[in-house]
Design a binder for this molecule. Structure first.
Ligand code: G3P
Ligand code: MG
Length: 240
């Protein structure tokens, strides 16, 4: 599965509607995005806790209302051509992305559990639990989400080389759906063990041809990449 990281992040401003649209045009089968909570408890799509790097605003997202956040430009920093983009709400992204495309929602920060409740309510309202994976580096956070909503699919993000990722995932008292390792920390044995145990494996974020090919050979379920079009072309080349 080709998963567009923060949209087609390599070619458009990350986590904007344009980046997600471009990912879809390039043939992705899933999109990955990051979420935060606003002061008025809306869920918005942005990587950092602050607006500073990816918009012309400043400060913590959680200290600003959605209407204030919407006044900032989220495209110009990347290139003038993207001027006018705004920080999207999770609703706006879900409106854009067809039901057959997997959405990987990464929870960046738990906001004392508030974002978990909001997200579960949101996924129920959108009737989209079956084709969404909620992942986080905060494994207690995704565990709480699974405890709240048994239909939720949860994924474990990790950046270090765990001794036995499958055993770790299977040690949870709730069902873990997928592993999301940093791609450099993954080996073929990890993938084999995980998939044999019924876990899905989605490494992030691979962009170089040699890495994309290596991960494909490992038999991962999907690859999170900034360049979904490149991965698509590579897979098509291999088939022909
Ligand atoms: O979900 C995969 C990847 O996005 C995790 O790292 O920093 O790009 O959100 P980051
Ligand atoms: Mg992410």
């Amino acid at each position: 599965m080709i998963i567009a990281h923060r949209g087609a992040k390599g070619m458009a401003p990350e986590n904007t509607l344009t980046a997600f649209r471009l990912g879809l045009t390039q043939g992705c089968e899933g999109i990955e995005l990051d979420i935060h909570l606003t002061a008025d408890e809306e869920i918005v799509v942005c990587h950092d806790m602050t607006l500073d790097r990816t918009t012309n605003g400043k400060g913590l997202i959680v200290e600003k209302s959605l209407s204030e956040i919407k006044t900032f430009d989220a495209g110009h920093w990347f290139d003038e051509e993207f001027k006018g983009e705004t920080v999207p709400t999770l609703d706006e992204v879900f409106d854009l992305v067809p039901d057959n495309i997997m959405i990987n929602v990464e929870v960046k920060y738990a906001y004392e559990g508030r974002i978990e409740r909001k997200l579960v309510e949101f996924l129920r309202r959108r009737n989209r639990l079956s084709n969404v994976i909620v992942s986080s580096f905060d494994h207690k956070c995704v565990r709480r989400i699974k405890q709240m909503e048994s239909e939720a699919k949860i994924g474990l993000l990790y950046q270090t080389a765990l001794l036995d990722p499958t055993a770790y995932a299977r040690s949870f008292d709730v069902e873990v759906y997928s592993l999301h390792p940093y791609f450099q920390m993954l080996d073929s044995e990890d993938v084999l063990k995980a998939t044999e145990s019924g876990l899905y494996v989605y490494p992030y974020t691979a962009n170089e041809v040699k890495d994309l090919l290596k991960l494909t050979d490992f038999g991962v379920t999907g690859i999170i990449t900034d360049f979904p079009g490149k991965l698509k072309a590579l897979l098509q080349d291999r088939e022909s």
